[in-house]
Design a protein around this ligand. Structure first.
Ligand code: 9MR
Length: 480
């Protein structure tokens, strides 16, 4: 929503609401839609973060570094949220104000706060046409292209290992209903700028999930169809992309679409996670509360919707403060929208996030049309003790990243060990959030200090990168 607002200005112009029928065929790519409904019992978490965590999801907020000295703000942040997105502090203008001179002061403050309080971080945003420093705005061609890749490399390397997911590219598509790329200095460096940014980010921080993030893509329309086609193409060609962010800025002129859940699901079916990344809904009272509930229920109904982030904490913190779009009022009191959100998170009967089978066609071969998914459907966590380990594989020519979700059964764990056998020729080059016993053949992974003690039903994720063909399916899991 950058296009209609100067920084800090007032009400946004209503966005065009193109609603073309979905006509894209899954051309050339085998897509396996696997939705495994796993009944979970209704739960009664008392905060947004803990309730979201009961189904393995996160609940986050956009955070401003200059508010970390506000005790009311910090009190709500620490109590309710387990993911943070720096609202402005990791953008290009903030992190590289002069070319090749990086300033991470405010981004680091947010990351430190998150780490000290058990929250994860969504990085936002590495490459974007907006909020560029003046020097970058004045660049073009190869000079801009190399400035962009240098920026992505430097920032992703600085935060390596600390970021759950990066918005690698933000808002690159046009709103005009033509499904075109947005014109920008980055776009004019060549249509491949997006995939170059993703490949560069993967090299710099292989442990971070890499997302494309946009607005007005929340329902099926020309713009979301264009993003869908790009993701489908990236998966087919092995361009590393792990997730798509749906900003979800709603107001009476741009309400929650009726096909919101279906739209999330069709992206998930491409083999990416989906996340609600900048949620705010203008309004008040019951109407606003109902809309929040609708959004949360849509995410919970999509197994690969891994979490939601609201774009601020109190209404007064919002970039659209006059629309009172958030969950807490200006005094920090819970609104009706808070209660409906919490209730929706506690609703039970939803599908926990799972690792759906990868759908990428191997880049070296013709797209298969009948190949089975390579990942076994996720299993229900054991009713007794123990744990399950489910793998999600991102494979490209010559290399892979595997994410492993460890889910604890009905008894708390003091630690866990996951075991698997790598395909012949595969060599692990890097592991995060676990300690591997080796790099080839049969390997066990033990928890590290901070993710071993997990409550009943809790889950955590670790990952590893390697050369060759990576493992998929399930792995053995034992608890201590
Ligand atoms: O909330 C951000 C606000 O403080 C900034 O002034 C604005 C300037 O571009 O950006 C806002 O965040 C945007 C986000 O980075 C990308 N999606 C749209 C958000 C609202 O404009």
């Amino acid at each position: 929503m950058d296009k209609v607002l100067a920084r800090g200005s007032g009400t946004p112009t209503p966005r065009p609401r193109a609603r073309t029928a979905l006509t894209l065929a899954a051309a050339g790519v085998a897509v396996f839609a696997v939705t495994v409904a796993v009944a979970t019992s209704a739960s009664a978490g008392t905060t947004l973060g803990s309730s979201a965590a009961e189904s393995g999801r996160y609940f986050g907020a956009a955070v401003a570094a200059n508010k970390l000295s506000d005790s009311t703000y910090v009190g709500i942040l620490n109590r309710e949220f387990n993911m943070v997105t720096p609202e402005n502090e990791m953008k290009w203008d903030a992190t590289e104000p002069s070319q090749n001179q990086f300033n991470y002061t405010n981004g680091d403050r947010i990351v430190s706060h998150a780490q000290a309080n058990g929250m994860r971080v969504r990085g936002h945003a590495l490459a974007w046409h907006s909020q560029q420093p003046g020097w970058a705005q004045n660049l073009s061609g190869t000079a801009l292209r190399s400035a962009m890749t240098n920026h992505v490399t430097q920032v992703a390397t600085h935060y390596k290992g600390k970021i759950y997911a990066w918005d690698v590219v933000n808002e690159a598509f046009d709103d005009g209903g033509n499904g075109a790329r947005r014109d920008s200095n980055l776009q004019r460096t060549g249509n491949d700028w997006i995939e170059v940014a993703f490949r560069t980010a993967r090299t710099a921080d292989p442990g971070a999930k890499l997302c494309y993030n946009d607005y007005n893509t929340d329902g099926q329309n020309a713009k979301s169809n264009a993003v869908y086609a790009m993701v489908q193409d990236f998966k087919a060609r092995g361009v590393p992309i792990d997730c798509v962010g749906f900003q979800s800025h709603f107001n009476p002129n741009s309400p929650v679409p009726n096909d919101y859940q279906a739209n999330l699901q069709r992206f998930a079916n491409l083999g990416v996670d989906v996340q609600i990344t900048e949620l705010d809904i203008e309004g008040s009272g019951t109407a606003q509360a109902d809309n929040y509930s609708k959004v949360v229920k849509a995410c919970l109904a999509v197994s690969r919707c891994t979490g939601l982030t609201v774009w601020g904490i109190r209404d007064s913190d919002s970039w659209r403060a006059s629309g009172t779009p958030l969950l807490f009022d200006g005094n920090g009191n819970k609104k009706a929208a808070y209660t409906s959100t919490l209730n929706a998170l506690n609703g039970g009967g939803t599908t926990p996030p799972t690792t759906a089978p990868p759908t990428t066609t191997p880049p070296t071969t013709a797209p298969p049309t009948t190949a089975p998914p390579t990942t076994a459907p996720p299993t229900t966590p054991p009713a007794g003790g123990g744990c399950t380990a489910t793998l999600s594989l991102n494979q490209w020519q010559g290399g892979f990243v595997t994410y492993v979700t460890v889910k604890i059964g009905a008894s708390p764990a003091n630690g866990w060990t996951v075991g698997l056998t790598l395909p012949s020729g595969a060599v692990i080059t890097n592991t995060w959030s676990a300690t591997p016993s080796g790099t080839t053949g049969t390997v066990t992974f033990r928890n590290v200090d901070y993710n071993g003690q997990l409550g009943a039903g809790a889950s955590t994720e670790f990952g590893f990168q390697g050369n060759g063909v990576g493992p998929s399916g399930t792995a053995t899991c034992t608890v201590r």
